[in-house]
Ligand binder design. Structure first.
Ligand code: ADP
Ligand code: MG
Length: 389
């Protein structure tokens, strides 16, 4: 059985800095192996560079550290093939015993995995299909990609969705089909252009939109405020004005920061003060929300029955500017209802700030995939699993 998993963990050299995605894949792996499957796992890691297989395999990253961590979590060694769909993969597949687990090398060593040319992807999918008789799709974080192992391969084998994909999709359905109200969406992160499509699609679902972080300055600028040297996407001001007008027509409240932490520059130790959002100095750069906004956001979250949060509301990577993001995480963790954190940096932020995963109903393993789902797009990999393509 071939299991497509998302084991794309952050690495520092060969050290895994957050094994969240490996742990999130374990229920499916232990379930299938426990039922006697011969499990060949296919996954990608990072973005290997090079025009051909040889240069990519030479440059890495290899899945070796991931095989090691998988083995630790499983309690027995997980063998790693030397290639993706070559002789070593074939030997590994043939050597698996019932309940055995093996891992193929980084599928992105094969340039065809991400090719825009259908025939190239089909070729790789065919070689992978020859290694197994069944396909389980559990790589939620890759479902929005039209890649060979995600989109083309399930068409060649009898297939099913894994437990993680089922759980992620069940949560996304709750966020889009009959969410319990009040439904509050908190959006932050770097740029409005990343998130405007999500906002547009959520306007007919959510009751309230709280906006902070890097993207909030374009909203404040659209309201005519000075934002100094803060992140600004000037070319998005028109789109943001349209969104705000649409929200008003639909009765969706948009909550913006009322005070901002303004720093002298983008640095962990930058000198900083709190300024009202309507009197922000031209020579400062905002890196966090202010104390009044922390309380405002917490008040606007209290009593919610459904919360979706994507995007830190400040530069949480600098401890001095993580205070707002921590306050938002705390306010959401107090909500009695469905609370969902989506987005790679948002998930990293809550873990770095010391929140247990159990402080929220669900922390998504897929930033791009969950955002595209919430934009109302069809995820190619999900459609392939559901034969809906
Ligand atoms: P996610 O990965 O959760 O979807 P994004 O990638 O959209 O989130 O945004 C995360 C980034 O946004 C973080 O690196 C954070 O430092 C940055 N960010 C948040 N607030 C600000 C701000 N006020 N100024 C500059 N960058 C910000
Ligand atoms: Mg991000």
């Amino acid at each position: 059985m071939l299991l497509r998993a998302d084991l794309n963990v952050p690495l520092n050299g060969s050290h895994i800095t957050d094994d969240g995605r490996i742990r999130a894949s374990m229920p499916t792996i232990t379930d299938l192996a426990g039922r006697g499957a011969r499990l060949l796992i296919c996954a990608h890691l990072g973005r290997p560079k090079g025009d051909d297989y040889a240069s990519r395999a030479a440059g890495g990253p290899s899945l070796r550290p991931v095989a090691g961590r998988l083995g630790e979590l499983l309690g027995r060694p997980v063998h790693l093939a030397d290639d993706v769909a070559g002789p070593s993969a074939g030997q590994l597949a043939a050597a698996l015993s019932d309940g055995g687990v093996g891992l193929l090398e980084n599928v992105r060593f094969e340039p065809a995995e991400t090719s825009k040319v259908d025939a190239e992807r089909a070729g790789l999918a065919g070689r992978l299909a020859a290694l197994a008789d069944l396909y389980v799709g559990d790589g939620f974080g890759a479902l929005h990609r039209k890649h060979a192992s995600v989109y083309d391969l399930p068409a060649l084998l009898q297939h099913a969705a894994g437990k993680l994909v089922q759980a992620e999709v069940a949560v996304l359905r709750q966020l889009t089909e009959n969410p319990k109200r009040p439904y509050v969406v908190v959006l932050g992160g770097a740029k409005p252009s990343d998130k405007l499509a999500v906002i547009a699609n959520l306007l007919d679902k959510a009751d309230r939109l709280i906006i902070g972080g890097g993207m909030s300055y374009t909203f404040l600028a659209a309201r005519g405020y000075e934002v100094g040297r803060s992140l600004l996407e000037a070319d998005q001001i028109g789109n943001v004005k349209d969104i705000m007008a649409d929200a008003e027509r639909r009765g969706v409240e948009i909550v913006l920061p009322t005070d901002l932490v303004g720093a002298t520059g983008f640095a962990a130790d930058a000198e900083h003060n709190v300024y009202p959002a309507d009197a922000f100095p031209a020579d400062r750069e905002s890196l966090d929300i202010g104390p009044q906004t922390r309380e405002l956001f917490a008040r606007k979250l209290a009593g919610a029955k459904t919360v979706f949060w994507n995007g830190p509301v400040g530069v949480f990577e600098f401890p001095a500017f993580a205070v707002g993001t921590k306050a938002v995480a705390e306010a959401i963790s107090r909500v009695q209802g469905l609370t969902v954190v989506g987005g790679g940096d948002s998930a990293a932020a809550v873990r770095q700030l010391g929140f247990a995963d159990s402080a929220f109903s669900h922390i998504s393993t897929g930033g791009g995939a969950s955002l595209e789902y919430l934009e109302g797009k069809t995820l190619p990999g999900l459609a392939a699993l559901e034969d809906g393509r």
